[in-house]
Ligand binder design. Structure first.
Ligand SMILES: Nc1ncnc2c1ncn2[C@@H]1O[C@H](COP(=O)(O)OP(=O)(O)OP(=O)(O)O)[C@@H](O)[C@H]1O
Ligand SMILES: [Mg+2]
Length: 230
């Protein structure tokens, strides 16, 4: 493990039953980086995130976090170790209020200090008693990000956080990503190229279950040099 490496994925292969979906994936996320994962629909981005977060088990290979092997550990234990994963489908407990959703995250991590969450997302404080199922897409994403940062995780993984949201909401979320990245390492699946150009330290491109390109030069990222691989 190199000195500031937080997460490492080594020669990972993942199947759904007999269907092989990920092939020989290796990557590394260093502490305090903002890393994006891009690729066309069906490339395997969500499958990779679900495997890292412990919802799927690899057929071969392993995932390490802070030097410990986490693959096969189960999603709950991986979350307790400091990896928070915000799913692509923006699922919250719709019948519960924002307050109750935040309480569930606090219960899971033992962290009941919500001030950092409200400082980042003041709107959540105003909407505390609203049922989460009634929130707009952008508000739901704020709640999910708020729930993710409770417990001060080392790594937050977000799967297409801006998908389906209006441009002005996306702009607000981009500001939040920058703010969260000051204290938390971020690994994000994203299709919005301006956001990536603005804040990525590195970009991995996936195609047909493999990592085909790693781009780590800020100038090339700003010029969207990786776009030709999408
Ligand atoms: N539960 C599942 N069972 C079987 N095959 C699946 C399952 N989930 C995904 N797949 C298949 O695995 C491949 C990768 O899907 P995945 O959802 O990881 O892609 P993705 O890159 O996240 O796509 P998108 O950009 O559309 O979210 C696809 O061919 C998909 O059809
Ligand atoms: Mg996906």
């Amino acid at each position: 493990m190199s000195q500031n490496s937080l997460l490492e994925v080594n020669e990972l292969y993942v199947n759904y039953g007999k269907l092989a979906v990920l092939f020989d994936i290796s990557l590394k996320i260093n502490t305090s980086e903002v890393v994006f994962l891009v690729g066309r629909n069906g490339a395997g981005k969500t499958t990779l995130f679900r495997t890292i977060a412990g919802f799927l088990e690899p057929r071969e290979g392993e995932v390490t976090f802070k030097g410990d092997v986490i693959s096969g550990m189960g999603a709950y234990k991986i979350a307790r170790k400091g990896v928070k994963y915000i799913h692509q489908d923006k699922s919250v407990f719709g019948d519960l209020t924002i307050k109750e959703n935040l309480e569930l995250s606090s219960y899971a991590t033992g962290d009941y200090d919500w001030e950092p969450v409200f400082a980042m997302f003041p709107k959540l404080k105003i909407l505390l008693d609203r049922k989460a199922g009634k929130l707009s897409g952008g508000e739901k994403q704020m709640l999910l990000m708020g729930m993710a940062i409770i417990g001060k995780p080392d790594l937050v993984m977000m799967d297409e956080p801006t998908e389906g949201l209006a441009p002005h909401v996306i702009q607000d979320l981009a500001v939040s990503f920058k703010e969260i990245s000051k204290t938390t390492t971020l690994f994000i699946v994203e299709q919005n190229l301006p956001i990536i150009a603005d804040i990525a330290d590195r970009v991995y491109c996936m195609r047909e279950g493999k990592i085909i390109v790693e781009e780590g030069c800020r100038e090339d990222i700003q010029d969207l040099c990786f776009e030709k691989h999408l």
